[in-house]
Design a protein around this ligand. Structure first.
Ligand SMILES: Cc1cc2nc3c(=O)[nH]c(=O)nc-3n(C[C@H](O)[C@H](O)[C@H](O)COP(=O)(O)O)c2cc1C
Length: 332
């Protein structure tokens, strides 16, 4: 499917309409924005093109009400799309400045102002733009091979947001503690019929990339079987055996912090992709408030909060791209 010419992953930079009006150029940039990752591949974003800017909305009709009760992942996901948009804009010579919109009942999350006169193409970090069509989440276990220190330094350095910090965890005992929290979080969630129904719904839509038959079987299994212990053991082992667990931490716990953490995550995963390193968010410990507090304590956080947890490592296993909603559906 993904080899098909119509696949959103086949966007060709040579097709950028350099001499067309802003609206056509902005539409082209959005083809990169929608390649961003999102929780359950829910793609909870919408865009409106203005004369010199793009408004980015958090689409609450696609919010995971049960798994993501505090909308943390909703705004992280929208932040990922904003970062893709910024990187694509830089590639085609636009300077992007971003205004975050405080949540006040409106679903506008941010406005990305695009200045076409800026000569920013050279300022875009090499490799990030190219990695956008290659990046994907790799769910397989990672090889038992450490990530070199200089690579980790580069990943740390790409976080430019002053209110976002990257914690890198590679000590076995800490990974095991987080694995134990993961086990409890999975058990807790799979005990909840509403959680299972929500997960089953998203599997059923095919958003997670399975074929139709697998999607149906997967959906039935998730909604009817007791999977908590099994999932918990599997996910705990994935975390314990990964060479590195990474956590993005923010000072505040508001929408803007989450949008910024999402941008940082996306930039980091693009850099990781360009360095041949796989990534996999594992969110359950952050989805259960009590366990999120225990995770914060485990990480020694007092004034700041964990926003996003993911594995990093090497894997030669093949992982398919997941589907995307067509652009027409997400541009207002
Ligand atoms: C905020 C956020 C949370 C996520 N949490 C999980 C998770 O807990 N488990 C998982 O397997 N994938 C998780 N993912 C990865 C998504 O499932 C993935 O991005 C989506 O299916 C699209 O696939 P792709 O990343 O390969 O393009 C998360 C992604 C984001 C942005």
């Amino acid at each position: 499917m993904n080899d098909h010419l119509d696949s959103p992953w086949n966007v060709d930079e040579r097709a950028f309409p350099a001499n067309a009006p802003f609206e056509a150029q902005a539409r082209f940039l959005l083809r990169y924005a929608i390649l961003a990752p999102s929780s359950h591949n829910s793609q909870p974003w919408e865009f409106e093109i203005r004369p010199d800017a793009i408004d980015v909305f958090a689409d609450e009709s696609r919010w995971l009400e049960i798994a993501d009760a505090d909308k943390r992942e909703l705004f992280l996901s929208v932040g990922c799309a904003i970062e893709n948009l910024r990187i694509a804009a830089a590639r085609f010579g636009f300077a992007a400045s971003i205004d975050y919109v405080p949540g006040d009942g409106d679903d506008l999350a941010a406005t990305v102002h695009l200045d076409p006169k800026a000569e920013t193409a050279s300022r875009a970090r090499p490799g990030l733009f190219e990695a956008m069509t290659d990046r994907r989440t790799t769910h397989h276990p990672y090889d038992d091979r450490p990530i070199p220190g200089d690579v980790l330094d580069r990943l740390r350095d790409c976080i430019r947001e002053t209110t976002v910090t990257l914690l890198v965890i590679d000590e076995d005992d800490r990974k095991e503690s987080i694995g134990r929290l993961q086990f409890r979080a999975d058990e807790h969630q799979f005990d909840d019929p509403a959680y299972r129904a929500e997960l089953g719904h998203w599997i059923g839509t095919g958003a997670l990339g399975a074929s139709w038959v697998m999607a149906r079987v997967g959906r039935l299994a998730v909604t009817h079987l007791d999977l908590g212990g099994r999932e918990g053991r599997k996910n705990a082992a994935l975390l314990e055996r990964a060479p590195v667990l990474a956590v993005l931490v923010t000072e505040a716990d508001d929408d803007e912090s989450r949008l910024k953490a999402g941008r940082a995550f996306e930039r980091l995963t693009l850099l990781a992709t360009s360095e041949g390193i796989a990534h996999h968010p594992v969110s359950q410990t952050l989805e259960v408030p009590r366990i999120r507090s225990e995770l914060a304590a485990e990480l020694g956080l007092e004034e700041s909060v964990p926003q996003h947890l993911f594995r990093l490592g090497y894997s030669d296993e093949d992982e398919q791209h997941t589907p995307r909603r067509p652009l027409e559906e997400v541009v207002r």
